[in-house]
Design a protein around this ligand. Structure first.
Ligand SMILES: [Zn+2]
Length: 273
């Protein structure tokens, strides 16, 4: 059994501020250590649950957050950006299932720490009629390769979002959001024990043929993005075939899940120029 551990940073144990996930800020060094600890806990849990091979994807910012020198030596690390599949780089290498560690709620979530979707100028993203965050977008890619997402770790807002999207998904809550910039946090030792335990349970269930199905949507897949300003929507409209739904909203249709993913990323890139 080969697993992908896809890691982001805003949902890592203790993170409540952009400073803590920003390489230019002194706080960042603390939290990349804790991020590596959360990932190692997932690696340990996955091996205990029956995994034979593990690829880790470093999905935050430039993709160089996890400390390679401190990573469990049984894992392999996909680092750097922009890897072709960014946050789930490695999913195309025969992965059986994925685990999302350090994830965060979608943009505009009423109670989820540092909630956003990809980039701060995206207000809402829909795949078909489903309002999604990074969990949904990356789960769609995993699903295209036949891999279910077995578990997410982050705050309770993320856990609710993931449960609504993927039935049977395991969730590990490492902090309880009390606002966008605050949470009641478990110390890393306790949070990582819960990650180890949750991952082991989810992987063991998967091995026994239980747990979530790969996340799929009916085709064609329509990607709709609401941007924070009409200027971003102007940029996104450079994509051939895109439609303007209103001042800030652009939509485009894709034949299948992977095309939808690439259209999403292209719309984001064009909107940023
Ligand atoms: Zn993120």
């Amino acid at each position: 059994m080969k697993l992908l551990i896809a890691a982001d940073m805003e949902g890592i144990s203790g993170v409540v501020s952009w400073n803590q996930v920003d390489p230019k800020h002194p706080e960042y060094a603390r939290f990349r250590k804790i991020m590596t600890g959360d990932v190692n806990a997932a690696v340990e849990g996955a091996f205990r649950g029956g995994a034979e091979e593990i690829i880790v994807a470093d999905g935050h910012g430039g993709g160089y957050n996890i400390l390679l020198e401190a990573l469990d030596p049984r894992a392999r690390l996909n680092a750097g950006n922009a890897a072709p599949l960014v946050m789930v780089q490695g999913i195309s290498s025969g992965i059986d299932a994925a685990l999302f560690i350090g994830y965060h709620g979608r943009a505009g979530h009423p109670l989820a720490v540092l909630n956003h979707t990809w980039d701060t100028h995206l207000l809402n993203v829909w795949l078909n009629e489903v309002l999604v965050g990074e969990t949904g977008i990356n789960a769609l890619v995993c699903g295209a390769f036949g891999a279910p997402v077995l578990l997410v770790s982050g705050d309770q807002g993320l856990a609710e979002e993931a449960t609504a999207l993927i039935s049977g998904i395991e969730t590990v809550i490492v902090k309880r959001a009390t606002s966008y910039f605050s949470a009641e946090c478990l110390p890393p030792q306790e949070a990582q024990e819960r990650i180890r335990h949750g991952v082991e349970k989810a992987v063991r269930a998967f091995k026994e043929g239980k747990g979530p199905q790969p996340f799929k949507l009916s085709t064609p897949v329509t990607v709709t993005i609401e941007f924070s300003s009409a200027a971003h929507a102007d940029g996104a409209m450079r994509l051939p075939g895109a439609s303007r739904l209103d001042g800030r909203k652009v939509s485009a249709s894709a034949a299948d899940a992977m095309a939808a993913y690439h259209i999403f990323r292209t719309l984001v890139q064009l909107s940023s120029q």
